[in-house]
Design a protein. Structure first.
Lengths: 290, 265
């Protein structure tokens, strides 16, 4: 499902002395089936953009097109349930949203709200608990008895159980250990590939953006200042520097390698594996050291 | 929805009213509340209203913002107005529609009580809008100081107050966040039949309680770790500073009370 933000502006607490401008003239297209990363410094408006993607916030200027539903500034949109059913959001620290008696009930909460039959919701919950690497006996436990990492997984399962067309992720792995991060990010990527899930990832991690995304948008000072293919964006170090961002570690290492050896690699390495592969290939091609 | 509420909110600024000592402002408001009851005729109520508007002007808070933020209060005000209008008898009969009789006295009382309500709400709002919660608690702690003699735990009360005030915005933020997270999962307090709305409160309240308790525990630990052990012998970082203008403002209020007394019938 396509999402298109057209010249969106947003101010918090509009018409009060606390009014705070968060977005100015943001135009962003998230094509169906794409994996888009939104990167930017703290306070650049990433999270505000994200909340427009399923009409949790309505723009104060411009319009947002979610599938065939248009949400415009000035008009009060009603019946947003359909939109929210299609666009699932995993918020930062999603474990804060857990509330039900058991993990099973909590995961079923979303699907039941959107009218999924109980049997089907239960089936989804059981399948997801397994997919997320949680032990099966967790289903009947209280979510508040779990460890932090497990709570996070349950909360993510609660969003995935809605089976949305678009999955929006706001720093979904913040505060997890490196292995947990990788497992969860890989799971999202698998879902993106297998089910054609349109994915939007809001992140501070250039490495995650480089590894998983195919399109990258840079936010800066409430504006969407650049969008492009992942290689194109990360190759432009000058532009990244302008917005106080650093290229991913692999790109930095590649540049250093190229500078020290004089060997130019064929393409930008976005993952450690790709970098290792490219370097070994370059060396095998026998271009040797200068 | 909550953004427009102004109860207990503080707008930083540097107007004359902002710069007054919190003790002076608290005393001022309490005295004012008593003084309001001196007014009993058209002139005195007019003076009262004028004095209040002058205070709003001096505090540099936009009147529009004040009125907008106090909308819920106006509903209550309208309610009392109509109560008086319909049920107070006395004076000439003005209008009579069906079984509703409106008397002159009813109209008078309705208007007076509304003005009284309005000035009280405005004045107390000015206090909270121009004084940071921390200064208010500091002021209260000092003002209640004498009651320590009768074993009133003044310091603890002030601490409790400042902690609760401190956490209002935090909890508001958290409510907003959880609300949105649950909305994204298809539960919505803002729409749907009333039964659904009530059901939607549970997924909001439980996470809120959980996190509030967690925060309280963390705060207690943090305070203990830093060696907090009550108010005994504790010195202050923020010193209150009573100046001439504070004395003058209270004198002004006394003069104002005298004026009201003079014109009262």
């Amino acid at each position: 499902m396509d999402i298109l933000l057209k010249q969106v502006g947003y101010s918090y607490a509009k018409d009060t002395p606390f009014e705070k401008r968060a977005l100015t003239d943001v135009t962003l297209h998230v094509p169906s089936g794409s994996y888009t990363a939104i990167i930017g410094h703290t306070g650049s408006g990433k999270s505000t953009v994200l909340q427009h993607l399923n009409a949790l916030l309505q723009p104060t200027e411009g319009s947002v097109l979610i599938g065939d539903r248009k949400i415009e500034a000035g008009t009060k949109a009603k019946n947003l349930r359909d939109v929210r059913k299609k666009v699932g959001i995993v918020f930062q620290f999603p474990e804060q949203q857990l509330f039900d008696e058991t993990v099973l009930k909590d995961i079923m909460f979303g699907p039941l709200n959107f009218g999924v039959p109980e049997e089907e919701a239960r089936r989804r919950a059981i399948a997801l608990v397994e997919q997320l690497g949680l032990p099966e006996d967790v289903l009947e436990k209280s979510p508040f008895d779990l460890s932090g990492g497990q709570m996070r997984r349950v909360a993510i399962a609660g969003v995935l159980a809605m089976e949305p067309d678009v999955l929006v992720l706001d720093e979904p792995t913040a505060g997890l250990d490196p292995r947990g991060r990788r497992e969860i990010m890989d799971l999202f990527y698998r879902l993106h590939k297998d089910k054609g899930l349109t994915t939007v990832l809001v992140t501070h991690s250039m490495e995650d953006a480089a590894r998983y995304a195919d399109t990258v948008a840079i936010m800066h000072g409430g504006k969407c200042v650049a969008t492009g293919g992942v290689r194109e964006v990360f190759a432009n170090e000058e532009q990244l520097g302008d917005y106080r961002l650093e290229p991913p570690r692999t790109v930095r290492m590649q540049r250093e390698f190229e500078e020290k050896t004089g060997i130019i690699l064929h393409e930008l390495a976005l993952t450690e594996e790709a970098l290792a592969h490219a370097i070994s290939q370059a060396l095998q091609e026998g271009r040797g050291w200068k | 929805m909550m953004e427009k509420m102004i109860f207990g909110r503080f707008i930083p600024g540097d107007s004359l009213v902002h710069r007054l000592d919190p003790r002076a402002k608290i005393l001022f408001v309490f005295l004012f509340i008593a003084i309001v009851f001196i007014a009993n005729n058209a002139i005195t109520y007019a003076i009262l209203l004028g004095f209040t508007l002058l205070s709003v002007f001096l505090s540099k808070i936009r009147l529009y913002f004040l009125i907008n933020g106090l909308k819920p209060v106006f509903i209550l005000m309208a309610f009392t107005f109509f109560l008086h209008l319909f049920f107070t008898q006395g004076g000439d009969l003005l209008v009579s529609i069906g079984f509703v009789d409106i008397y002159e006295e009813g109209l008078r009382q309705g208007i007076f009580i509304s003005i009284r309500f309005l000035v009280l709400v405005f004045m107390t709002s000015i206090l909270t809008l121009t004084t940071s919660p921390i200064s208010i608690t500091d002021g209260i702690e000092v003002l209640l100081g004498p009651f320590k003699r009768v074993k009133l735990p003044v310091h603890e009360l002030a601490l409790m107050m400042s902690i609760s005030l401190r956490f209002i915005p935090t909890l508001m933020d958290e409510t907003g966040k959880i609300l949105k997270a649950q909305m994204a999962r298809g539960s919505d307090i803002g729409s749907g039949p009333i039964k659904e709305r009530i059901k939607a409160v549970v997924p909001l309240l439980i996470p809120l309680f959980v996190s509030a308790f967690k925060r309280a525990e963390d705060l207690a630990t943090a305070m203990e770790v830093r060696g907090y052990r009550g108010g005994e012998g504790r010195t202050r970082y923020r010193q209150l500073n009573w100046r001439l203008i504070d004395t003058l403002s209270l004198l002004l209020l006394v003069g104002f009370a005298g004026l009201l007394w003079y014109f009262r019938s």
